[in-house]
Design a protein around this ligand. Structure first.
Ligand code: NDP
Length: 274
């Protein structure tokens, strides 16, 4: 059972599950299963009778969340906890997704699952609270923290760059925030592998390997797409946003690699996506 099936990760989870002939897939987008509606949940469980549930549904508008904290909370905390509890009551496996933004932005080495958390934006705090509520309601849950997710469709940095790169002659892109771009297809495959393994419940990081700034990522996108747009590196202060982003969010993925294999380099994944 896949919730949030209309999103970038949801779509890739469907694709990854289809590749495994043993799985029967029940995929629900927001109009079929709204996490804020308990009656939708009951109907979906009655129909799908799942063995395992993947929650790709979330309030993901990071900047808008600053002015809509209640809406973000309703989905990322209450909705996620409700789904986690429903799975636990029915003995259904549960895989949830969280974000690199939950980490304390004080590290300058790859972030481990046991590192301090903080959450410097509304979105980050709702995702962190969501994790805690999920673990409280469902001690068997797997929670995968990921970063900088993109796919061929949806709202993401890759698609924004492809559009702006064709419209503009030059672009200023933040160069002092570093992380690991993550192809949604690789994340979906890792989530399925984790759920099929003997991995204990708890928190796992997943991102493609390698480090990039947003500037590096944009540069690689333009190079692969053959877009001739001048890129200018800028500092975070020169591009203020309502929600604060971490300056360093490279994820250590050793823990998940033991069950899902080592992630490939972000440049290799980008090559496949474009
Ligand atoms: P998307 O925004 O592409 O997809 C999220 C989906 O959730 C959308 O289809 C949305 O539907 C749906 N949704 C929103 N509210 C509800 C609700 N109340 N009930 C049911 N569905 C709802 O996000 P991603 O696929 O990129 O994100 C997947 C996961 O990864 C999320 O947990 C996110 O927090 C996490 N993540 C994402 C990152 C990124 O860079 N994108 C980075 C780190 C973590 P609709 O479009 O109709 O609103």
């Amino acid at each position: 059972m896949i919730c949030g099936a209309g999103g970038q990760l949801g779509q890739k989870l469907i694709g990854a599950a289809r590749a495994s002939k043993e799985l029967r897939i029940f995929a629900y987008n927001r109009s079929a299963l709204d996490l804020t509606k308990p009656e939708d949940l009951r109907a979906a469980f009655a129909e799908a009778k799942p063995d395992i549930c993947f929650n790709a549904a979330a309030y993901t508008a990071v900047d808008r969340a600053e002015s809509e904290p209640d809406k973000a909370r309703e989905v990322n905390v209450e909705g996620a906890a409700r789904l986690a509890a429903a799975c636990h009551q029915r003995g259904v496996g549960f895989v949830h997704f969280s974000t690199d933004y939950v980490y304390d932005d004080g590290y300058n080495r790859p972030l481990r699952e046991s590192d301090r958390t903080l959450g410097t934006s509304v979105y980050a705090r709702t995702k962190l609270e969501g994790e805690n509520e999920i673990m409280r309601h469902n001690p068997d849950a797997w929670i995968i923290r990921t970063s900088w997710v993109y796919a061929e469709y949806g709202h993401n940095f890759l698609r924004t760059m492809m559009r702006l790169g064709q419209e503009r002659e030059s672009l200023s892109i933040v160069a002092d925030q570093v992380g690991s771009p993550t192809y949604a297809a690789d994340l979906a495959a890792a989530a399925l592998s984790l759920a099929a393994s003997e991995a204990p419940s708890g928190i796992y990081n997943f991102a493609n390997s390698g480090v990039a700034s947003w500037y590096d990522f944009a540069h690689a996108i333009f190079e692969k797409a053959g877009i001739d747009c001048h890129l200018k590196p800028i500092r975070t202060e020169q591009y203020p946003t309502p929600a604060k982003r971490p300056s360093y969010s490279v994820l250590d993925t050793q823990k998940i690699a033991a069950y899902a294999g080592p992630p490939r380099h972000w440049r290799e994944a980008l090559e496949e996506c474009m």
